[in-house]
Ligand binder design. Structure first.
Ligand code: GDP
Length: 356
């Protein structure tokens, strides 16, 4: 499955965040593999729509979509040259589908900063530099080989050209993701900075409502997405009963846990979206790549559904809830029959028709 790798300098709150994420887990029953590895957590994607569907269909249970996080410890300055656990660290990142970079913006003088001062811009640059250097090394090794191959085989030329162009971008200090480089020809090289990035700023609780402060941080990482939270508050929220958790959130001016936001943004950064199914047994969110067609979506439930696909009966979540029932949505003409070329939209509520 697709995984977000959590990276960041030591002492920025990665473990605090990861522990909160995995404790938050409502998926243990549905995803027994959730706790197989100590540094991997499978977490449910919070989705209020499932509760509404479960009400309409009187569903026995709710099954949210899932996304995995892996806590990749060990990034220090010099990781790209094998310092610390440098190589293991880089291998771990290579396996992640997207990179979730945690950056310290909280001030607590009791928590030592590895570089002696709290500077989100410097920290981001330190980490990005290590990833960029690692990619430059990979390219340095690959380019002479690609040059040889390109002389023998014309179809290797685009890969060589892409590798050279990537090298120039990285030399300029920009990640390939931020530069918007076409990743397709580079895929075989397993570069790190082609992966989608998202940034989590671990801020003091009294800054959570400070829009201008947050905007400054957001500008540092744009066009990548930024999530703001206080990891310490998040880890407290996890242990509180619902009403007390809500009070604590209100006291810091938030209407939902930062973790929820992180999970949703993470899901989106991975290029994923969900469609919904509902019945008396369960209300469920299914994960598909953005742009998936109806038969591809059906295939996520079962390969037979894709093979025997006839059509999809689709109603948008909004139309269904406005109607209050499937029957009423039908009589209002809001339920559509879609064929094999239909591109799924986020929040489609679907029933597939197929041949067995
Ligand atoms: P990691 O090395 O990045 O995994 O960082 P940890 O999660 O182990 O956190 C390092 C230290 O910072 C611990 O003592 C945490 O309790 C503390 N810490 C983490 N997040 C916050 C935060 O949001 N605010 C404050 N004040 N301390 C935090």
């Amino acid at each position: 499955s697709l995984t977000l790798g959590i990276v960041g300098l030591p002492n920025v709150g990665k473990s605090t965040l990861f522990n909160a994420l995995t404790k938050n887990d409502v998926l243990a029953a549905n995803y027994p593999f959730a706790t197989i590895e100590p540094n991997v957590g499978v977490v449910g994607v919070p989705d209020e729509r499932l509760n509404a569907l479960a009400k309409i269909f009187d569903s026995q249970k709710i099954v949210p979509a899932a996304v995995s996080f892996v806590d990749i410890a060990g990034l220090v300055r010099g990781a790209s040259t094998g310092q610390g656990r440098g190589n293991a660290f880089l291998a771990n990142i290579r396996e992640a589908s997207a990179i979730c970079q945690v950056i310290r913006a909280f001030s607590d003088p009791n928590v030592v900063h590895v570089d002696g001062k709290v500077s989100p811009a410097d920290d981001m640059e330190t980490i990005n530099t290590e990833l960029i250097l690692a990619d430059l090394q990979t390219l340095e090794k690959a380019i002479p080989r690609l040059e040889k191959e390109a002389r023998m085989k014309k179809d290797r030329v685009p890969v060589l050209e892409a590798a050279k162009a990537a090298s120039a971008v990285l030399d300029g200090g920009t990640t390939l993701y931020a530069a918007g480089v076409d990743v397709e020809p580079l895929r075989e090289l397993s570069l790190l900075t082609v992966k989608p990035f998202l940034y989590v700023f671990n801020v003091d609780e009294d800054e959570l409502g400070n829009a201008s402060f947050l905007d400054e941080l957001r500008a540092l990482v744009a066009p990548a997405e930024a999530v703001f939270l206080d990891a310490k508050i998040e880890s407290e929220l996890i242990d509180l009963p619902e009403d007390e958790a809500r009070e604590l959130l209100e006291s810091v001016g938030q209407d939902e846990p930062g973790l929820n936001q992180l999970i949703r943004v993470g899901f989106r950064t991975l290029g994923l979206q969900t469609y919904l199914t509902a019945g008396p047994k369960e209300a469920r969110a299914w994960t598909i790549p953005i742009g998936a067609t109806a038969p591809e979506a059906a295939g996520v439930i079962h390969s037979d559904f894709q093979r025997g696909f006839i059509k999809a009966e689709v109603v948008s979540f909004e139309d269904l809830t406005a109607a209050g029932s499937m029957q009423e949505a039908r009589s209002r003409g809001r339920v559509r029959m879609e064929g094999k070329d239909y591109v799924m939209q986020d929040g489609d509520v679907v029933e597939f028709r197929f041949n067995v």
